[in-house]
Each structure stands twice: as structure tokens, then as C-alpha cells.
Design a binder for this molecule. Sequence first.
Ligand code: SF4
Length: 694
Amino acid sequence: VKKIGKPERAVVTTCAYCGVGCTFRAEMRGEQLVRMVPYKDGKANRGHSCVKGRFAWGYANHQDRITRPMVRDNIDQPWREVSWEEALSFSANKLNQIKRDHGARALGGITSSRCTNEETFLVQKLIRGGFGSNNVDTCARVCHSPTGYGLKTTFGTSAGTQDFDSVEDSDVILVIGANPTDGHPVFGSRMKQRLRQGAKLIVIDPRRIDLVKSPHIKAAHHLPLQPGTNVALLTAMAHVIVSEGLADEEFIRTRCDWDEYQDWARFVSQDKNSPEVLEGVTRVPAQSVREAARLYATGGNGAIYYGLGVTEHSQGSSTVMAIANLAMVTGNIGRKGVGVNPLRGQNNVQGACDMGSFPHELPGYRHISDADTRALFEKDWGVTLDPDPGFRINNMLDAAVDGEFRAIYIQGEDILQSDPNTQHVAAGLEAMELVIVHDLFLNETANYAHVFLPGSTFLEKNGTFTNAERRIQPVRKVMEPANGMEDWEVTQALANALGLGWSYTHPSEILDEIARLTPSFAGVSWDRLEREDSLQWPVNEEFPDGAPVMHVDGFVRGKGKFVVTDYVPTDEKTGPRFPLLLTTGRILSQYNVGAQTRRTANVEWHPEDLLEMHPSDAENRGLNDGDWTTLKSRTGETTLRVKVTDRVAPGVVYTTFHHPATQANVVTTDFSDWATNCPEYKVTAVQVMPSNGP
Ligand code: SF4
């Protein structure tokens, strides 16, 4: 054990892992980080933290960090370390040549939900204003893009309705497709605190997550539905609420479109949508659905929290709208203790979406086809913008295979490991003439890159993150970047190599530009954040101090919109060759593809991805706990060890996706959400057979 000594100074900054957004005092001795201490005045965490934020920062100084730019002419060659000037001019020359030969639409990029708002804003500005296309997307595409679509359609804005404090006023907490104690531990603890005080809990999840039964907590209802049947289950609950006269008609008449409500009520009241009929689809006993629906509708303040178990389905956007319908029909919106709350997986996924990372939207969720909005940005940036939406990530990869898309700039994302159907991602990347990866480590995607631009950690930069409750918080530089540049400076240098002439000297200037161009950020500034620690958007003339709870007097879109969400089964079917359904998730001590957590001591807690399987399915295959298995789908196969447990129902298996050795996404499919193309990670038909190991 190396003795470090007492800290000499501390910097308050924001965690770079999940969307809870805990703040910490980073305690330093000289240029060395001694420890991360949860900040007692942190609005999101109030002095609490989880193991990742507190201890998993060793990756910042890990020997795998790449701190010098590298280039190579083709991916079969070894990397060559070069100066920043050479890497940037190599990139700019290639980008210019591809644009000349194939047009602006052959270029694009991906922003990172782990980078700051300012960095994300600059990447989309570079792509729109410099590359000349709207081919910009973000990792939210593969997680919460249905939240954006669903909540914007029903409520008028693509964000959660409540602050975290709101849970203290909840009487009934409905958790669907989320595992807060692993995925969002600090908020999960607050939820548990409220449950211990007597709030009732409904869990809708194929797996028996910890919340269902833990010390002093027992869910009133756990509805272990068949993966892929969320819409059917939520429709059955709505059927009970409407047919038993439990709808809050006064709320609906005053706050929602009454005609649309009536259409929706007629739809959910049909016999085909009763819990008894839909039991054949969801496999949840009708009586349990009836009781859960009654509890949510009549138990007082009802709050819904959801995660990727809602969004990552072929009906992800429909499920988000079905949740919004439930909240509106019961009047559970617009005050403390209620609402619809997406739990955001990554530290700044809310911010990445807010900052215009989608191919059809400029910052502030304004459509690229809107001439007035475009004119605002064109005047400010001195460019002409393409009025047509660009490619989504999956479209970029498809177009690359077809020869139409040729160059990509990827900041802080490892799409080869995180996106579905790994083989297709590899084919798309391999077909491109130029892949620029801007990251901390040589990740899996970098195997297909021609330029590697070293990135900076959250400890090495200034800027802001926006958490799951729309809270904008400062990220403050704790130490100098190992590579000599913060990520926003790298993007600026690339822009200037293309001749754009940017001259930002601090992220506060980028934040000023964001505020100037984005109405919901109009009142946000670095100075104000320094004084007030955080602000919850919208911060504007109407809400000068921000808005902890949204849609209080009216929905952002005016009247709340009920949307008919008919259950449509996924095309991913089980059958004799693939009789089991695989669903995926995360574990507390690891984070996403594990680039950071695998490079800390946390890895000892979860050194490999395991396949959870019900004892009856294991017995049928002659498998014992710890045995190696081959997990095979129509897309591909991988090898991992089995964990025999009754947490999952017979017919369902579950794994995490943290380790490249497993590459769980080699088995996931190309099916995706009908509205947003968010991949259907949560439903894959598989077979599991004994194996001798990798
Ligand atoms: Fe970081 Fe999330 Fe853990 Fe808080 S709960 S310390 S934000 S990973």
C-alpha cells in the first residue's frame, strides 16, 4: 500500500458515472488525487455516494491511458505516435478530401453522454457547421431515445418531470424496467428510505431485482412479465383504471385533450385489453395486475420510475407513452411525489440530448427543418445548415457498408462493444475511409480507427453535466490533462484545422453560447453555477430559478396528449432452436462497457459477465452453478459461465455487458424501436448449451 499523505486542497466536482449526478470533494495532495469524499451539500446526493463514484477513479492514472495522438493509413498497420498538429492535419485533409469527393453527407460523428454539455455542444456544432451534415447522433440512441420521443409527444418535453427530492412525497412507487439499487445506487437508497417509511412499491420486471425484497422492504406487487410485453401489461393496468371508474376525470378535463382521452379510454376498455386476456401475453396473473392498477390509481401520490427495461424494445417509445398515459389518467403529474421519471444511465445523457446530439434536432429539441431556429444558429455560427435530418448511428453504419458514408468522429463512445449486432458495427466501421476515435483508452472501436485523439477524464476538465432530474452541475478541473488538452480543446483544434476559426478560451464561453441559443438554458451561466452549485432547467424568464417539478400548471405542449399504444409483439421469436429469452442489465460495481471500472479495483467484485438461469432450465441442460456455457442467438454466439438462480423465471436468462471477453452484444439483434431505432437489447431469443469454456 502506497502512503499518500494528508490532502492539501479540495475541489468540488461531479461524478462521471451514472445519471444521479453525485457531487464530491476531490481531495488533492500536490497533483495527486488522495480521495473522493461525497459532498454533503450536493443537491443530488446530500453527502452520499456509491462505490463507483467514491472509489472507481483509478482509471484516470491507469497505464492503459493513451496520451499522445496516433495515426495510421489503414487498420492493418501499427499505430504511429505523432504530434497534435500532424494528427489534426491528417484528419482535416482526409475529411476535406472525402467531402470534396462524396459530399458532406458522407461525414458524421457521435457525441458522448460522458462528456460535458459544452464538449457535446461543440461536437454537434463541428459536424453541422464544419462537416456540413446533420449526421450527428449520440449513445442515447441506444438507451433513452424513446424517452425523448415518448415524453415530448405526450407532455411536450424530453425529460423527467420531477426532482429526486420528490420521492419523499410519494405514497406509491412504481418501478418498471429499472434496477435502481444497482444502476442508480444513491437514488435507489433514497427510494428505499421512503419505502421503509411506508410508501408502497410495485415492481414490473422479468427479474426479481433487489428492491422486490430486501431488509424491511417488500414490494406490494412484483409483476414478472415476459420480456417484450411492457405495453400489454401497462394497457391492462389502464383497462382496470378506466373500467373500474378510477380515472381522475377532473384532471383529465382541465389538463389534457379530452377528445384524445376518450379515444384512448375506448381503446383500453376493449375486452382484448383486459388483464385476463393479456395474461396469455404477459404471463402475469390477471388478479395481480388488477391489484397493482388499483393501488397505483388510489394509493395517494403515485410516482413512476423507469429505465432501459422500458426503452430498449421494439415498442420502447410506445411503452414510454403508455407510462405517460397512466400518469395522466390518474392525475399523477405536476406536483411533488408523482410524475414520470426516466432514470438516466450515464452521467450526462440528459445533457447530450439537450445539446442537439440527434440528427433531427438542434440544441433545445428544436427540429432542424424549422427555418427560424436554423436561422438563429446560422447567424450566430456564420454557416449555412442542412435543413434535412441526418443519419442515426445505425443508418451511418448501413450507409458505410453501401459506400455512402465514409468518415466518422467518435468522442467518448465504444460503439463496437456497446451497440447491438457487433458484427454489423464492425462491418460498417471497416468500410469507412476515416474513423477518428477520441477517447481515454484504445477501446474496441479503435481497432477500426485511423486516428486516435487522446481524451481527458472528468478530473481534467471544466464544464457542466446535467443529471436525470435536469440538474446542471459544474465539473471542475482537479488536475491538468495527461494529454495536455481538455476534450473541448481537442474538438476546437479539429474545427480550426478545418478552418473554422473558433476561439473559446474556457467552457464558460461555450455555456454562454448555449444559453444564447437554447431557451431552456437562457438563465444559466458559469458564474451563476459557481454561486448556486446547480440549476434545474428550464431556467428562463418564466422559471428564473429553474423548475424542480415540471408541468405544474399546464403541460409544456399545452394539453397533455393521450396516445393509443396497441401492443405489437416483437419480431424476435423463440422457437425450437432458440427457446429462451435473453434480457440484459448492469451490476453495481461495474459501469457500461467497463472501460473505467475494469481499470479499478472494482473489477475484483465482478470479474466477468455471468448468465443467470432458472434452476429448472439449468437442470434440463445438465448445467450447474459456475459451468461454462455457449450462449447462441440467430445473430451470433459467446461463451460465459452460468449462475443458477430463481431471480429469473423459467424460460428467461439474463446477463450483464461489462466485459469485452463476453461481448454480450454479439448475440443481440438488429430489431429496434419503431420510432427511434433504439435497439431491442432486452429481448433476444437464445439457446444455452454446456461448453468447455473459451
Ligand atoms: Fe456516481 Fe451514480 Fe454512484 Fe452517485 S450513484 S456516486 S452519480 S455512480
